[in-house]
Write a protein that binds this ligand. Sequence first.
Ligand SMILES: Cc1cc2nc3c(=O)[nH]c(=O)nc-3n(C[C@H](O)[C@H](O)[C@H](O)COP(=O)(O)O)c2cc1C
Length: 196
Amino acid sequence: MNQIIENIYQRRAVRKYKDVSLGRDVIDELIMAGKMAPSAMNKQPWKFYVLTDPVKIKKISKDIEKIALKKLKEKGIKELAKLSLSLFHLSTIKNILVTADHVFYGAPVVIFITHQRDDEWGMIDIGMCAQNIMLAAKAKGLDSCPVGFAKFVMQTDDYSLLKIPDDEVVDLAVVIGYGDEIAEMPKRTNNHVIYL
Ligand SMILES: Cc1cc2nc3c(=O)[nH]c(=O)nc-3n(C[C@H](O)[C@H](O)[C@H](O)COP(=O)(O)O)c2cc1C
C-alpha cells in the first residue's frame, strides 16, 4: 500500500506514552508539516504553542481535567457513559483510568494550536494542520492524539503561562510521543456515502 495511505489507516489516537522526550528538530519538522496544510484564502491562521516541560504539562492537564469533569458532570452520568463509549474503545478506557494524566496522557510534547478569534474558517484550518502533524508523526514512528479538551485551558488560571494573545483562541492541541499502547481502531461507520 502507498505509504501515505498506510499512515492514514494506521494512525490512532494514542492515550499512553513512554517517558521519552523529543528533540526540538523533530518537533519543528512536524510543525513544518502542519504548516503545509491547506487553509482558507491561504490565511495560514495557525500559531503553535509548544509545551515540553513535564511539570507544566501535568499542572495544565490537572486544571483542564477539573473544568472538563465539571462540564461533563453537568451532562449527567448516562450521557457521560455514552460519550465515553463513543469516544474511546473499551481497551483505551482501561488505559485512561490507570494513567495519571487524563488530558495529555503523559505525552512529552503538547502543541496548542491557535487561530484568530474572528476567523470563520480558523477551526477547519487548524484541524487540517493538526492532521498533517499527526500523519507526519506516524511517518516518523511517533504517535499522537488530538485533544479537543485542550480548549478548556482558556478557562484555567494557567492560561497566562501559554502567553497566548487575547485575539487568538485554542480549539485543539495535539500531543505527540512514543506510544506505549497498541490502540485499537474504533469502528468506522459505513453508511454515510450517498452517490447522486
Ligand atoms: C476535534 C477532535 C477532538 C478530540 N478530542 C479528544 C480529547 O479531548 N481527548 C481524547 O482522548 N481524544 C480526543 N479526540 C480523539 C478521538 O476520540 C479519536 O480520534 C476517535 O475516537 C477516533 O479514534 P482514532 O483517532 O484512533 O481513529 C479528538 C478528536 C478530534 C478530531
